[in-house]
Design a protein around this ligand. Structure first.
Ligand SMILES: C[S@@+](CC[C@H](N)C(=O)[O-])C[C@H]1O[C@@H](n2cnc3c(N)ncnc32)[C@H](O)[C@@H]1O
Length: 266
């Protein structure tokens, strides 16, 4: 999967203060509840002021060029310094959270256009990245939301993006939950998570268990990545909606033109 021009290759990161900060965040707990009380882990904001300043300085607030102009996001755009910089100058791990991926765009568009799918329901967004799909679920009236990612910086970006859209905060879980027992969720959403074969295998197993244990509804947004269209999960999908991608998203995604929402039906 291609990231933006200046930083396609993220081989290693210099051990500077941002990396140190990131490690501090990671070791401090796995659930971010940015505006106060965290029901699982006590109190306190994990949105470090220095990291917040770094994210604000190196991203742009935008709502254009995606399928969901009603959602504002802090993203890495051509007007940001690091869009053009050498990849190895970026001081953090790969900033997947700084891109609004086409799979997530389709899924978010679908939730905004079909609020009945989420209204009053509990929703888990796995691999939330910038948080747009969780935000769309919140805007459409989900009762309970958990945004999950393995990258603590994604947790901070989601926090900032909630703020931008004037939303009450929802919990953010920074942890790989794919080898854990499933909690009960009405709906699990996954935007552009099938970009790696091993990850796709783990997701399929986890989603199967989720469906068998709790009859959870699962929606997947994907723009036709080979790791998804060539995976055995294809036999267990039902197409729900397909969207034509806006020109800027096409340009950033090497020729992808559409993105589809699938329901997982094992
Ligand atoms: C391609 S991005 C998609 C982000 C967002 N869903 C979207 O569509 O814009 C994939 C995200 O999955 C996260 N991720 C990768 N493996 C994960 C795992 N095992 N559990 C949770 N998140 C994971 C990455 O950190 C990244 O933010």
């Amino acid at each position: 999967m291609a990231l933006s021009p200046g930083w396609r290759v993220f081989a290693s990161f210099p051990m500077n203060h941002y990396v140190v900060l990131w490690k501090a965040v990671r070791s401090s707990g796995f659930l971010l509840f940015p505006w106060g009380h965290c029901p699982w882990r006590g109190t306190g904001s994990l949105l470090d002021p220095k990291m917040k300043a770094f994210l604000e300085e190196n991203t742009e607030v935008t709502s254009s060029g995606s399928l969901t102009p009603e959602i504002q996001l802090r993203l890495l755009t051509p007007r940001c310094k690091f869009w053009w910089e050498r990849a190895d100058l970026w001081p953090l791990r790969d900033p997947y959270w700084a891109i609004y991926w086409p799979g997530g765009q389709a899924l978010s568009r679908y939730l905004l256009d079909n609020p009945d799918v989420v209204r009053g329901k509990s929703v888990l967004d796995i691999g939330s990245g910038c948080g747009a799909t969780a935000i769309a679920a919140k805007m459409s009236g989900a009762f309970r939301i958990l945004a999950n990612d393995i990258d603590p910086i994604a947790g901070m970006a989601i926090t900032l993006n909630c703020e931008l859209n004037q939303l009450n905060p929802f919990p953010i879980l920074i942890k790989n939950i794919l080898d854990l027992e499933q909690d009960k969720w009405d709906l699990v959403v996954l935007g552009d998570m099938f970009y790696d074969e091993d990850l796709a295998d783990s997701l399929l197993q986890w989603l199967k268990n989720c469906f068998e244990t709790h009859r959870t509804q699962v929606l997947i947004g994907d723009p036709g990545r080979p790791q998804f269209s060539g995976h055995s999960i294809q036999h267990q999908l039902h197409k729900v909606a397909e969207y034509s991608l806006p020109e800027p998203t096409r340009q950033d995604n090497n020729g992808l033109t559409t993105s589809t929402v699938w329901q997982f039906q094992p």
